[in-house]
Write a protein that binds this ligand. Structure first.
Ligand code: DGY
Length: 323
């Protein structure tokens, strides 16, 4: 008998077809999210779950699904999965690293540039029919080239953003990370490890790429924003919870920093009303990895992981519980 797999959100038909060759599949092909309770109910009696960034795969689900052996996510971030609870029950968890790195870095850099050069704010102004004349101080923003790029979380995506800044735009790169990178990685980027306060004080453009965990919850809040330059921009392509959106909205309204750009939000798809009310923030709906080619690679990797694990082979990209 084929192993039984649940696919919790709509995915590419070709990936579903690939899964159906190996498994008996139940898939959510509607555009309505299943509730937590519904996922738990449907996951019972299944050996594998194909998930993304939003489904809570927690200890309750693990306890309710004694046959579960694999939880495979098509996202790189896995803060929605209780990896320790899975590991304790011998369930293998996988994510989708590498395949989205460059695509996500492109978008992070684009958001940072859009915030610095006021691309969206000026476009909204034009579309509203408010453009009457040219003027010397019309939508002046901040330069990106030759400035200081600050990166919080220098993993694969952080390094890819640093590469764009250093090699493409002549930026000085500073970063803060739990562990300092090897000199062989720092040197080609001219990247310098600094403590968090120095990062906040010196960056002209700060980009958040740090994974979400209890330890990184609201790692940037009012006190941290207060350290930033009034001309600085702040971009978040990590997870909503790493940034205190309410504190940012207030800082933007009071022009304590120049601008921000956010692809992820605390409590998304809800967006803090204060952010919707200020002009100097670019807001996008969690699409940093969204190119058709990359999303297909992410989904295929999750499917390949399920096929490997439930076929008795090692996972391609396992996630280990944090120590
Ligand atoms: C990820 O992979 O974690 C992204 O946030 C989803 O696009």
């Amino acid at each position: 008998m084929k192993p039984r797999v649940l696919v919790t959100l709509r995915i590419f038909p070709e990936v579903l077809a690939q899964l159906r060759e190996h498994f008996e599949v139940e898939a959510n092909d509607a555009s309505v999210d299943w509730s937590r309770d519904e996922i738990i109910r449907r996951a019972q009696g299944r050996q594998g779950l194909f998930v993304t960034t939003v489904e809570p795969i927690d200890a309750t689900l693990v306890a309710a699904c004694p046959e579960l052996r694999a939880v495979c996510s098509m996202a790189v971030g896995y803060n929605n999965i209780d990896v320790a609870a899975c590991a304790a029950r011998g369930i293998t968890v996988t994510n989708a690293p590498d395949v989205l790195t460059e695509t996500t870095a492109d978008f992070g850099f684009a958001l940072m540039m859009a915030a610095a050069r006021r691309v969206c704010e000026s476009e909204h102004f034009l579309r509203a029919g408010r453009w009457e004349r040219w003027s010397y101080d019309f939508f002046c923003g901040a330069d990106v080239h030759g400035t200081t790029l600050g990166i919080l979380g220098m993993g694969r995506i952080g390094q890819a953003i640093a590469r764009r800044g250093a090699l493409g735009f002549g930026m000085r790169v500073i970063y803060h990370n739990r562990t300092r990178l090897a000199p062989g990685i720092e040197a080609p980027l001219g990247a310098r490890w600094v403590d968090k306060d120095t990062l906040l004080r010196e960056a002209d453009h700060l980009v958040l790429v740090v994974p979400y965990s209890k330890a990184s919850h609201h790692t940037i809040g009012a006190a941290e924003i207060a350290l930033m330059k009034p001309t600085a921009t702040l971009t978040n392509v990590a997870r909503g919870g790493v940034l205190d959106d309410a504190a940012l909205a207030q800082a933007l309204a009071e022009r304590r920093i120049a601008a921000a750009a956010l692809d992820v939000f605390d409590g998304e798809p809800q967006v803090h009303p204060g952010l919707l009310a200020v002009p100097n923030v670019v807001l996008t709906p969690h699409i940093a990895s969204a190119t058709a080619a990359t999303r297909l690679k992410m989904a295929t990797l999750a499917a390949d992981n399920l096929i490997a694990i439930l076929g008795g082979r090692p996972a391609l990209t396992p996630v280990r519980p944090r120590t």
